[in-house]
Design a protein around this ligand. Structure first.
Ligand SMILES: [Zn+2]
Length: 270
């Protein structure tokens, strides 16, 4: 989960997302609309959860504030809450054998980071016919999936691209909220499959956006274009606008492959 605004747990129930599968929460910054859902969510998890642990990735202040709240309101949780203290800098903050998560510092009214979630390169697919033909032993299979060539008993080298097919593409997602327009983050984001970039304002209110540490739809689209992202997801709209489609129209003039965020939206990355 990235950020946890008020109503997050209700929305999880509405979407039938399993609480037991929630193990990590990544907080971009400590503004109420991004964290006020946490105390309620953690209490509910305490009622439903069977054990295990929940890691919250947040700044030192977040750890201090949330620890106090949880200690007071959720004294005897049946699972452990861990904190991974992060800093407003570029860093890899979480890594498994399958994915990594890195931070990009943003420009908002308080310390803020964006997150980039990247699947690691996957194993190559075995070309079954060729593997059978060259009688490659099972013990070699993992090396070959990782890209190794095969050397036969007579010393012939069978190159890997005859034995394997390319791996399933690795997917990536960048979450950039909240921030003023920062052209220099585009190359740091890179060519992700999906970029969520906040668009609180329209370009006609660009000076308000700048003053309050937010972006316009046009600016979000420029970041998408300059990063090489495949698709842009807009969100975090100011309530002063009555029609979300205005954001879509503005962004599409710069970056056509744009979609609007809304409650319950599911986007398939592949
Ligand atoms: Zn904010």
């Amino acid at each position: 989960m990235i950020d946890c605004g008020e109503g997050a747990q209700l929305e999880m129930q509405r979407q039938r997302l399993k609480f037991s599968r929630l193990n990590h929460i990544f907080l971009t910054h400590l503004h109420g609309d991004h964290v006020f859902g946490l105390p309620g969510l953690v209490s509910t998890l305490g009622l439903n959860h069977l054990g295990g642990e929940l890691t919250i990735h947040t700044f030192e202040d977040g750890k201090k504030i949330l620890t106090q709240i949880f200690n007071y309101f959720s004294r005897e949780l049946p699972f452990e809450i861990k904190f991974n203290v992060i800093k407003p800098e570029e860093a890899i903050i979480f890594e498994t054998s399958a994915i990594s998560v890195r931070t990009i510092p943003l420009s908002h009214r308080v310390q803020t980071v964006g997150f980039v979630f990247e699947e690691k390169e996957k194993l190559r697919h075995i070309n079954r016919e060729m593997v059978d033909y060259f009688k490659i032993p099972i013990s070699q299979m993992n090396n070959i999936k990782r890209g190794a060539d095969f050397i036969t008993e007579s010393g012939d080298i069978i190159s890997n691209n005859r034995l394997t097919l390319p791996p399933t593409p690795s997917l990536s997602y960048a979450h950039i909220s909240d921030t003023a327009y920062m052209p220099r983050i585009a190359p740091k984001i890179g060519a992700v499959d999906l970029l969520m970039h906040e668009s609180t304002y329209l370009e006609e209110h660009a000076s308000d956006a700048k003053d309050r540490g937010h972006s316009t739809a046009k600016q979000a689209a420029m970041i998408a274009r300059d990063s090489g992202a495949k698709q842009l997801l807009l969100g975090h709209y100011s309530s002063r606008y009555k029609d979300d489609n205005l954001f879509l129209e503005e962004a599409k003039t710069i970056f056509p492959n744009t979609i609007l965020n809304r409650e319950g939206l599911t986007v398939s990355l592949d």
